[in-house]
Write a protein that binds this ligand. Sequence first.
Ligand code: ZN
Ligand code: ZN
Length: 402
Amino acid sequence: MFERADALALEDSLVRLRHALHRQPELGLELPRTQQAVLDALAGLPLEIGLGKQLTSVTAVLRGGRPGPAVLLRGDMDALPVQEDSGVPYASEVPGRMHACGHDLHTAALVGAARLLAARREELAGDVVFMFQPGEEGMGGARLMIEEGVLDAAGTRVAAAYALHVTSAMLPAGVATVRPGPVLAASDEVTVRVTGAGGHGSSPHAAKDPVPAVCEMVTALQTMVTRTVDIFDPAVVTVGSLHAGSAGNVIPEHAEFVATVRSFSDEAHARVRSGFERTVRGIAAAHGVAVDIDYRENYPVTVNDPAEAAFALRTARAVFGAGQVFEAPRPMAGSEDFSYVLREVPGAYVGLGACPPGRDPMTAPMNHSAQAVYDDRAVVDAAVLLAELAAGRLQFAAEEPS
Ligand SMILES: [Zn+2]
Ligand SMILES: [Zn+2]
């Protein structure tokens, strides 16, 4: 239904919107300028618009001309606290903030998809919900939008949901990847505080030294992972911060470390969490020190529905050409709050290459880097793919025997 050629007429205005967003990055859940830019860009389209209460989200509903279910397309809109060093002419004008993850591109592409779909809304066999989301980078904006009803914005629960993410490295522009099952990791952050009794370094028997206790914990956690988690359903524990003491001859009262935990299934997540707590508590007991564990579950694992992933793969191949789209062999260890959407409804999360021409995708700076650059052509690629995912999925639903 939609081809890249359809979107080329929109290219200039979408790229202009993307550059304007890139110049004025905003962080977290409060993105008032970005929200206004989206509202301005959607003005005049036949959309039912709703704004977020806990965050500056925009939810827009397009009613198709034929009856059918609703599907959801999501674009995240927030930037990162990074000082831009990319050298692009439309670089951030706000010190210490940058669209280093390409969410400016996602936002402009979702506007493009809304324009493409609105232009052919009489042909659509159902409704489309456009989810413009703040606060992907650690704030769980998707969870808040679900709380505020985005999945039911069309009056009925959406039958499927799609999102994509651009990458400044690894994939050349115009190449897309999809995979069934887990695509991104669950991510937890754990802070462990051990309290003993301070004393003189010459007389540890008269103190309760927390230092050897945390040293054992850090190494035992690695053994715990290999003895607890299936090697074909992996997990990673990394202790990236470790602090204790102030002098070589003083036994401190406290020691503390912070770990990140990544896993790719609910089962591995549960096993590694209980193993983590058991290991740390057991070692603390052995040393006679007290321990406090603050185990924060950030985002759950992002899981593509197998049928929706297969549909997204077919759709991407139809849009970009069969040779430009492949099934990713493995998930990636980053995490993403679209995971909350995919826990509620089936859907797929697609990777889209945006490495500029002339750069080697294998060595180009990655997402979140101050030097990351995303090719403008990906705005059109992403807009067409999103539009076709929605239109194709509604058509597919219309053709299914009931
Ligand atoms: Zn990011
Ligand atoms: Zn991102």
